[in-house]
Structures are given as C-alpha cells and as structure tokens.
Design a protein around this ligand. Structure first.
Ligand code: NAD
Ligand code: UDX
Length: 479
C-alpha cells in the first residue's frame, strides 16, 4: 500500500526550499505545502504582495508563487505546528563549511540539520517521512535517524507514538534555471531502504516527472552521488580554466579547444566555458566536504586529487587580478575600473562564493576605484561581501586614492564609464553582450582596456573602437 501524502512541511525557505516547494505545489494541487523558516524577514518577503520583493530571484518563480500562494502553498515561521501536521518533512537548510573546531575549513557544518532533526523528533505527532533535501556528507541519514528514534525514549518528548523513515533526495537544480531544472529534471534521485517511504516520495514526483527519470538507490549512494556530481562539474571548470591559461601563453584559443574536445561524445560540450572561476554556494563547499570525508576514511590521495580542483579555482581568480594590474602598468592607484556583474552567474541575485568577490578585493587592495554594476545584486550584499562600506563622496579617476581603494555601485553601466581606465566583465548578463563599444570608447581615459572574463563580447567591435582587449583563454595576442 502506498502512503498518501497530504501535508508537506519544508524547513528552510532558501534558494532550494522556496523554488522546490513552489514547483511541488504547482504540480500537486492536492498536497498542502508549507515552507517554514526561522528567518522572519525571509518569510515576510516570501509573503510579500509585491512579487518583485520575493527573497530569491529566479526566472519564472514569481509566476508560480502568484498562482499557488494561498491555494496550496504557504510560507510561515510556525515551525512546530507545521511539523506536527506534516506527513512528510523536507530538511532544506544550509550546510556551509565549518569555520571552527574539528574539520574547520572543510567539513560541512551540520548544526542546522541537527537542530531540524531534533525539532522534528519533538513535534511530529504521527508517522513522518523525513527527507534530506540539503546536500549532506555520506552517512548523515544515520545521524538523523538516531536523533529521531532516540528522542522517542526521552521523557521530554510529548508524542510517544511517532514513527519515522528517513530518505535522501538531493537537489540538482542550478540557480538561474531552477524552475526549468525542477520542472524538467534530468533525474530525481531517491535514496532509502524503506520501500513504502520511497514509493510515497516517488508518487509526488510522478505527478510531473516521467517514472524512468526517478532513480532509486541505497541512502549512502544517494548522499555520495550529490557530492560527486558537483565535484565532477567543478572539475570540468577547473580543467578548462587551466587549459585557458595555457592557451593565453601559447597562442591557442580556449573556445576553439572547448569546441574541439566537446564534440567528442564521450566528453560532451556542456560545462566547458572558461570564466573567472566557479562560484556559487555549492561547488567549493561540496568538494571540500569530499576532501574531508576522503581524509577521514584514510584516503589522502583521493583527498589531494579533489582539493586540486579548488586550489586551481582560487589560483585562477588571483591570476585574473594580477594580469589586470600588470596590463594597467603595474599599479591601480586612483584608476577607475567599471566592474560588470557581481553575481556568481547570470540570472541570479546570489553572490555566494562569486569570483567577483575575490577579484574585487584584490583590485581594491591595489588601490583601484571600482564602479560596480549588477542588474540584480543589492549594494548592501556587495558591502557584506567586500567587507567594507561603499564610498559616499564623489570621486573621479585620477583623484588621490585611499590606501585600500574605494568602490560604489552604479545602476546604469554607462554612468560609470567617463574617464574610466578599464571595464571588467565578471558575470555573463545578456545586457553586457550588447554594449555599444564605439560610444563607450569615446568616454574612457586612454589607454583603456576591456577585460572580458566571460568571453561574451564581440572582440572585433571592441578592437575597432580603439580599446585594448583581454579575453579569458584567448592567446591571439601571442606572437
Ligand atoms: P539558504 O541559505 O538559501 O537557505 C537555507 C534556509 O534555512 C535559510 O533561510 C535559513 O534561515 C533556514 N534555516 C536554517 N536552519 C533552520 C532551522 N533550524 N529552522 C528553520 N529554518 C532554518 O540555502 P540553500 O541555498 O537553499 O541550500 C540549502 C541546502 O541545499 C544546502 O545543503 C545546499 O548545499 C543544498 N543545495 C543548494 C543548491 C543551490 O543552488 N543553492 C542546489 C542544490 C543543493
Ligand atoms: C551547481 C550545480 O550545477 C547544480 O547541479 C547543483 O544543484 C548546485 O550547484 P549552481 O552553483 O547554481 O549549480 O550553478 P552552475 O551553473 O553549476 O555554475 C556554477 C559556477 O560555475 C558559476 O560560477 C558558473 O559561472 C561557473 N561555470 C559554469 C563556468 O565557469 N563555466 C561553465 O561552463 C559552467
């Protein structure tokens, strides 16, 4: 017999919990879906009547929220009550890298996951399927199970007849295309050892995902598959960025190399774009977690192999900052650089681990004046990321610089251009590929550079307008 799920509670209203539950609510009108979070500000934003104020920007998300909110989708801070009435609880909270204690800098910090498991243990009133949606180290399900089951033995637990099953159901969505990824996933992965629980979760996805795309594995394989998928994807980016550096040194062009290798069906053409280095909340943290697990299980060679992917990424970001300094005559003091893009990729307002953070910090260290433009990122977020306030005085290129550089945001990219020395493209927003270079060139201070770390501009237009150009992985200037 299949358990019928009528009430879902998702703990964590973030980049994963919000969009995932919105898509479940849209495709399963008979299931009541409640997303809970202890961050009231975030929940208020999800409940905002102005859909442009949703806490997360994802193309198509506002439409679904508009359609489902108040029907079978709601957002709440009442965590205990919603756990109590749920048949299925998704844990979709953050699992960042630990900053202190055992495993600091590598292992995942599971304190939020553990807190959720304890809260479920105390508040669940009936048979509850607990689904790990967060990305977790292998064998975390064991920890969750232990917390849930042992709580039943405690005198502090009010409902003694609750029973639990734990499943792993990692999320593979990419930010910026989350809704499309959720609506048409390559696969849905469900790990577990209880057939009835697995079937109950499959039934939900079967409302819109073809059965053949629903993969069932044991729980440990499912947890490890998520870390492995991210590690493989990130590895491709470090590989192509490493080859890009070699292209710049030898006269080859990384775009041509990518096309040549990508047409080998064994390699495939996706995820071969050289850029400023991978960002996002997942790749670095998940690889470091894999590194930690490998060392923990006595496999230092495996750990070193994967750690190299992160090492290369950091090196590549510094390489870009250094080459900008070198091309601008070895000093950025008082030089004005217009930075286009701060998000870690286009179509998102997320800046977590964005390459822009490290590169801008490096340039500020050299005394640059940065005028930062991003169509979706809030200046308050940039302030947090750069760990310094934006300048409030009016300042022009050539003014005496402060020791540590200055930055401010601009809402129209053309506003930042007069007398600038360089433009640096860090995020591949569509509008940056349609810049009128002739118009731009007239306002910049010469010699003026365009540094295209995303390879999205038309090189001949830039060169014809009299600007100097560096493109990631382009060795065409080598003679
Ligand atoms: P997020 O930081 O955007 O959201 C997590 C939310 O959980 C926050 O709003 C936080 O307030 C809330 N929270 C934390 N502890 C809580 C508690 N005890 N009770 C109630 N609410 C609590 O994180 P995210 O990007 O959505 O990621 C969530 C998980 O999904 C992580 O494990 C991540 O690795 C994984 N993941 C993320 C992505 C992605 O693209 N962002 C993709 C796949 C998987
Ligand atoms: C990633 C995984 O793709 C997704 O499956 C997982 O669920 C979460 O982590 P996300 O971080 O949202 O998704 O974005 P992704 O598209 O993977 O890009 C990650 C970073 O790699 C970005 O900074 C992006 O600009 C960069 N990238 C991607 C490249 O530099 N080149 C590429 O060819 C692809």
């Amino acid at each position: 017999m299949t358990l019928k799920i009528q009430n879902i509670c998702c703990i964590g209203a973030g980049y994963v919990g919000g969009p995932t539950m919105a898509v479940i609510a849209k495709n399963c009108p008979n299931i009541k879906v409640t997303v809970v979070d202890n961050n009231k500000e975030r929940i208020d934003a999800w409940n905002s009547s102005d859909l442009s104020k949703l806490p997360i920007y994802e193309p198509g998300l506002d439409e679904i929220v508009k359609r489902c909110r108040g029907r079978n989708l709601s957002f709440s801070t009442q965590i205990n009550e919603n756990i109590a009435s749920a048949d299925m609880v998704f844990i979709s909270v953050n699992t960042p890298t630990k900053t202190k204690g055992l495993g600091a800098g590598k292992a995942s910090d599971l304190k939020w996951v553990e807190a959720c498991a304890r809260q479920v243990a105390i508040n669940a009133k009936k048979h509850t399927i607990v689904v790990e949606k967060s990305t977790l180290p292998v064998r975390t399900a064991e920890v969750i199970k232990t917390i849930l089951e042992d709580a039943q033995l405690s005198s502090a637990t009010p409902y003694k007849n609750s029973t639990f099953e734990v499943l792993s159901n990692p999320e593979f969505l990419s930010e910026g295309s989350a809704i499309q990824d959720l609506e048409e996933p390559d696969r849905v992965l469900i790990g577990g050892d209880n057939e009835e629980a697995i079937e109950a979760l499959s039934q939900i996805y079967k409302q819109w995902v073809p059965s053949k795309k629903i993969l069932k594995t044991n729980i440990w394989s499912s947890e490890l598959a998520k870390l492995t998928a991210n590690a493989f994807l990130a590895q491709r980016i470090s590989s192509i960025n490493a080859i890009g550096a070699l292209c710049e040194a030898t006269g080859a062009d990384v775009r041509e190399v990518s096309r040549a290798i990508g047409s080998d069906s064994r390699i495939g053409s996706k995820f071969l774009d050289s850029g400023p280095g991978f960002g996002g909340s997942c790749f670095k943290k998940d690889i470091l977690n894999l590194v930690y697990l490998s060392r923990y299980f006595g496999l230092p060679e495996v750990a070193d192999f994967w750690e190299g992917v992160v090492f290369l990424n950091t090196w590549h970001q510094h390489r870009i900052s250094e080459l900008i300094v070198k091309k601008l005559f070895g000093t950025l003091s008082g030089k004005k650089i217009v930075v286009l893009g701060f998000a870690f990729k286009a179509n998102t307002n997320d800046t977590r681990e964005s390459a822009a953070i490290q590169i801008c910090k490096d340039l500020l260290q050299e005394g640059a004046l940065l005028f930062i433009h991003d169509p979706k990122v809030d200046s308050k977020q940039i302030e947090v990321d750069l760990e310094r306030p934006q300048m409030n005085k009016s300042i022009k290129a050539g003014d005496l610089p402060s020791q540590s550089g200055e930055w401010k945001t601009i809402s129209n990219l053309y506003d930042g251009l007069p007398n600038s020395d360089a433009i640096l493209i860090l995020t591949e927003w569509l509008e940056y590929s349609n810049i009128n270079w002739e118009k731009v060139a007239k306002t910049m201070r010469r010699p003026a550079w365009v540094f295209d770390a995303r390879s999205i501009i038309n090189p001949s237009q830039v060169l014809q307008s009299g600007l100097k150009l560096w493109r990631v992985g382009d060795g065409s200037q080598v003679h």
